[in-house]
Design a protein around this ligand. Structure first.
Ligand code: UT7
Length: 323
């Protein structure tokens, strides 16, 4: 049975780091509030002349270098993003061109903060069905471009960045002992649109719009749905809860992460945390966390890694893989 294994990881964070205190003289907020309610301490802001594709290209180059591969070794590029440079072409084709790839195919996936989980699930299906042997799966965002800087309930939460994985086909036995992606679990429910959305777009206002969120309601859905999707994916993979070595959660709020880890009976030492330094980077948050943890040598071959995310839609899901 073909499996999609992780061959390399990479990430890119824009140079400009913005501490919580930066917001204090602009809004009725404090470093103490942001830290205690979210766990966020700082985030990165893309430069004015940096687009999402620039972040994605940098992360992709880092992942290729980590995998020891060239751009032409890649058959396909998927970018998960809700903040594309342009309405079209896709960010993925811009990354393809930026890498100098002369073959293959590229497309974007839009499932907001859960985008990387949806992209990974698509890539896994394509690799298992033989449509591609090696794929770059990227999460890249410039959420600072859709912030309402007068809304203290949202603008302090988000940051910019990109992370990338190189996936490669490998033969497995078709058992839970295989390396690679073992199971995925995808969900969405469009009736929750009003909890988290952007109030603009091509076919409505003709503008990019600004992010709107009923944070406390999203919070409740997150706590309830994230552990449930992780449990479903573990069951599909045939991995017991105590077989999890690492949880790599969407980095939106430390309190959501702690509540999810508790529901999964996981100590925080088994949870990869980047929320303090990155803030919420939407679809980039999981590949950023995976790449940072991998660059620190935290994942050992054979370990079970679970990633989960929820975001606008609502859309949510999880992936179970053996490193
Ligand atoms: O990535 C997609 C998924 N998104 C998420 O997972 C985000 C989920 N939600 C959250 O992380 C949290 O709900 C927030 C961090 C957004 C808000 O925390 P909360 O504990 O749920 O606070 P709240 O929205 O219930 O608001 C409590 C109070 C309110 O004041 P009043 O009405 O009680 O007077 C807010 O106006 O906190 C106030 N508040 C702030 N105060 C200082 C909201 N934002 C701020 C702020 N600084 N930046």
């Amino acid at each position: 049975m073909r499996r999609a294994i992780v061959r390399g990881t990479g990430h890119y964070l824009p140079e400009r780091v913005v501490e919580n205190s930066w917001f204090e003289d602009k809004l009725d907020t404090t470093d103490a509030w942001i830290r205690s309610r979210t766990g966020i301490e700082r985030r990165h802001f893309a430069a004015d002349d940096q687009g999402t594709s620039d972040l994605g290209i940098a992360a992709a180059k880092a992942a290729l270098a980590n995998a020891g591969l060239q751009a032409d070794d890649i058959d396909a590029v998927i970018v998960a993003t809700s903040t594309p440079d342009y309405t079209f072409p896709s960010v993925a084709t811009m990354v393809q061109a930026g890498l100098g790839m002369t073959r293959g195919f590229a497309f974007d996936v839009q499932a907001v903060c859960a985008g990387f989980i949806f992209a990974l699930s698509n890539a896994d299906a394509m690799i298992r069905s033989g449509q591609a042997d090696r794929m770059l799966v990227i999460g890249a965002e410039t959420f600072t471009r859709i912030m309402d800087w007068t809304d203290r309930g949202t603008c302090v939460l988000f940051g910019d960045g990109a992370g990338a994985l190189v996936l490669e086909a490998a033969e497995g036995a078709g058992t839970a002992e295989d390396r690679g992606i073992l199971a995925t679990d995808l969900n969405s429910d469009g009736k929750y649109r009003d909890l988290l959305y952007v109030d603009g777009g091509v076919a409505t206002t003709g503008t990019a719009g600004h992010l709107r969120m009923q944070g406390n309601l999203v919070f409740r859905h997150a706590v309830e749905k994230l552990a449930a999707t992780a449990h479903r994916a573990l069951e599909k993979a045939g991995i017991p809860e105590d077989g999890v070595d690492w949880l790599v959660p969407h980095q939106a709020n430390l309190r959501i992460i702690e509540a999810t880890a508790k529901r999964m009976n996981l100590p925080l030492e088994k949870v990869v945390l980047t929320v303090a330094d990155h803030g919420n980077t939407s679809a980039a948050s999981i590949p950023l966390a995976l790449s940072v943890a991998n660059s620190e040598g935290r994942f050992q071959p054979g370990q079970i890694v679970v990633a989960e995310a929820i975001g606008g839609g609502l859309a949510w899901g999880s992936v179970v893989l053996r490193w």
